[in-house]
Design a binder for this molecule. Structure first.
Ligand SMILES: Cc1cc2nc3c(=O)[nH]c(=O)nc-3n(C[C@H](O)[C@H](O)[C@H](O)COP(=O)(O)OP(=O)(O)OC[C@H]3O[C@@H](n4cnc5c(N)ncnc54)[C@H](O)[C@@H]3O)c2cc1C
Ligand SMILES: *[C@@H]1O[C@H](CO)[C@@H](O)[C@H](O)[C@H]1NC(C)=O
Ligand SMILES: *[C@@H]1O[C@H](CO)[C@@H](O)[C@H](O)[C@H]1NC(C)=O
Ligand SMILES: *[C@@H]1O[C@H](CO)[C@@H](O)[C@H](O)[C@H]1NC(C)=O
Length: 535
């Protein structure tokens, strides 16, 4: 990558940064639009010759194009209603130095900045600010280069690339290399790794963030840093401490992992009628985290609309079906898996399966094609489970799903294996040994958001006694503003943050606050749930 080449411009930019401290806010002149001032400032602060007007989008210049760009990767339409705040303008940098200059200019002009990579944030904090206006959206979708180095078992990936693109580019070069990342192909690499990042290979290799070797980040002074220049504290914080708090990730260097040439996948569905006493689901809870690390079986529980609920056991095994059947007969015979249920395939094809694309979808669809996992408008919540949920409680969940009907679902993802071998403080993501599985609750808020949000909150409250407690834990990439949010009041922010901070990060929260206070003392990188500075 071009770390050395950029070094000369970095010192130039950081010199400029000294002149424009956070508090020297220039008044925006009433005759020109905020983006004009921003463009002028960028032109002064970048050395790349590029017509910046082409990468600026404002409602004043062309409302339909503006909305199109805003929507392009906005994955939760619940935050795209007429009444949700919109950015004053969108800037899509085409060069890394544009990102550096954006930070300098956002400080100079006193306009708050939000950063978006893949736009999958559950609460849309990457493209909607509910706590301050005006704000600008820095959209990294044009910074999406991927350089796979098979000899080195690594890849440099720019933040705007999607997981599907990363998988595709790896598979283009090798059948026996992979990367342990998420199920949904359109999730952005930029945001995904900042929160940890789980997926179908996590029982074998851990999280995406457990497999990061280096990073390039622009800090609060507009300086470009890599692992050695940012230091181990900041490098620790950015791998799981949540997006939008420490700086803007430009690229990650990922460690590729070995995968066999043949993997096996299966999907076996049991409706409530087929598993009336929850024998299968109860057994799954007892074995899912203890099975061999090569085997990952998640359960997706959906209201199917016929007054019933269907639980789909979706499995991936790093090996052939013969071995898989033997393991299942011994450890999980209740599922009744047969050879007929199993399909052998290459790793890249399992990505299509895990992404729930229709059977036969070409792997090319991993590149910039809409993922079937995306629900246009939703409210989600998460839980961490440490002891099996009793059958009577599962019955309560199924009853609620039947009442709600199609569109809503729960997904249980098993931990154990490598996840349990990594210490809680290795990176900020703390949900390791002792976790059986994670729950994702999802409500479809497309029609009547109020009713649906009440429904999911009631279910969450019903689950309180049966999930982790003191604190009730959650996954930061399943961002949930019900857990508390920042306001304009820094005192109450800190108190709120201690509550959600302990849920997402346990004891790692204090270290995140210390690092935040050091690397971003003026809180340039802030949003509804960003890490606060010490008071
Ligand atoms: C349909 C769907 C499926 C999902 N599947 C999975 C899954 O299988 N596994 C899993 O672990 N998670 C999954 N997630 C959650 C996902 O990992 C998080 O929402 C993640 O933060 C998304 O990253 P993004 O770049 O797409 O999002 P964005 O909305 O762009 O960003 C998310 C957060 O990171 C910040 N951020 C974005 N880019 C940068 C950057 N370059 N530098 C610093 N901060 C940045 C944003 O400001 C925001 O706070 C899924 C989400 C959805 C909606
Ligand atoms: C806005 O941009 C679109 C293309 O994205 C174009 O078709 C349309 O004519 C433009 N409208 C105006 C008023 O310039
Ligand atoms: C629901 O019932 C309809 C009509 O009987 C049927 O076509 C459909 O396949 C059923 N759906 C499920 C998920 O069982
Ligand atoms: C900020 O919050 C604190 C604690 O909640 C409260 O005591 C204080 O009055 C608030 N300040 C303002 C200006 O609202």
């Amino acid at each position: 990558m071009r770390v050395t080449k950029l070094a000369s411009s970095v010192s130039y930019i950081s010199l400029l940064a000294l002149y424009f401290s956070f508090y020297t806010i220039t008044t925006i002149s009433s005759t020109s639009l905020p983006d004009d001032n921003f463009i002028k400032c960028l032109n002064k602060n970048t050395y790349v010759d590029f017509p910046l007007e082409k990468t600026f989008f404002t409602p004043e210049k062309n409302a339909s194009t503006f909305i199109k760009v805003l929507k392009s990767t906005a994955h939760n339409y619940r935050y795209l209603t007429n009444s949700t705040p919109k950015p004053s303008f969108i800037f899509t940098p085409v060069h890394e130095s544009h990102v550096q200059a954006s930070i300098i200019c956002s400080k100079k002009l006193g306009i708050h900045l939000r950063v978006r990579s893949g736009g999958h944030d559950f609460e849309a904090v990457s493209y909607v600010s509910q706590i301050e206006t005006p704000f600008l959206l820095l959209d990294l979708s044009k910074l999406r280069q991927i350089n796979v180095d098979i000899e080195d078992n690594s890849a440099w990936v720019q933040a705007g690339a999607t997981l599907g693109e990363v998988y595709y580019r790896i598979a283009e070069k090798s059948k026996i290399h992979g990367f342990p990342a998420g199920l949904c192909s359109t999730v952005g690499v930029g945001g995904y790794i900042t929160g940890g990042g789980y997926g179908a290979l996590m029982r074998k290799y851990g999280l995406g963030a457990d497999n990061v070797l280096d990073a390039k980040i622009v800090d609060a002074n507009g300086k470009l840093l890599d692992r050695s220049s940012m230091g181990e504290d900041m490098f620790w914080a950015i791998r799981g401490g949540g997006g939008g708090s420490f700086g803007i990730i430009l690229a990650w260097k990922l460690r590729l992992v070995p995968v066999p040439e043949t993997l096996t996948i299966f999907s076996v569905t049991k409706t409530l009628e087929q598993d009336p006493h929850f024998k299968t689901l109860s057994k799954w809870q007892r074995v899912a985290d203890k099975l061999v690390e090569e085997l990952f079986i998640r359960v997706v529980i959906r209201a199917s609309g016929n007054n019933t609920v269907a639980a789909s056991y979706r499995g991936q095994f790093l090996g052939g079906k013969g071995t898989l059947i033997k393991i299942m007969k011994k450890d999980f015979p209740e599922l009744g898996l047969t050879e007929k249920d199993c399909t052998e395939m290459r790793w890249i094809e399992t990505v299509i399966f895990n992404g729930e694309f229709p059977k036969g979808t070409p792997i090319e669809d991993l590149i910039q094609v809409k993922s079937p996992l995306v629900n246009p408008s939703f409210k989600s919540k998460g839980d961490i489970v440490k002891k099996p949920i009793p059958a009577s409680v599962l019955k309560g969940i199924f009853k609620r799903l039947i009442q709600k009907g199609p569109g809503t679902f729960l997904a249980f993802a098993p931990y154990g294996g490598m996840m349990a071998k990594i210490s809680e403080s290795e990176i900020p993501f703390p949900h390791r040994s002792g976790t059986i599985f994670k729950i994702l609750y999802n409500a479809d808020t497309g029609k009547s958001p109020g009713t649906e949000i009440n429904w999911i909150r009631e279910l969450y409250s019903f689950m309180t006694p049966y999930v982790s407690s003191n604190p009730r834990l959650s996954y930061v990439n399943y961002r949930d503003l019900d857990l508390g949010q920042n306001t304009r009041n820094t005192t109450s922010n800190f108190n709120n943050a201690q509550i959600w901070g302990a849920k997402y990060f346990k004891g790692n929260f204090e270290r995140l606050v210390r690092i935040k206070s050091k690397v971003d003392p003026h809180n340039i990188f802030r949003h509804e749930q960003s890490i606060p500075t010490t008071m």
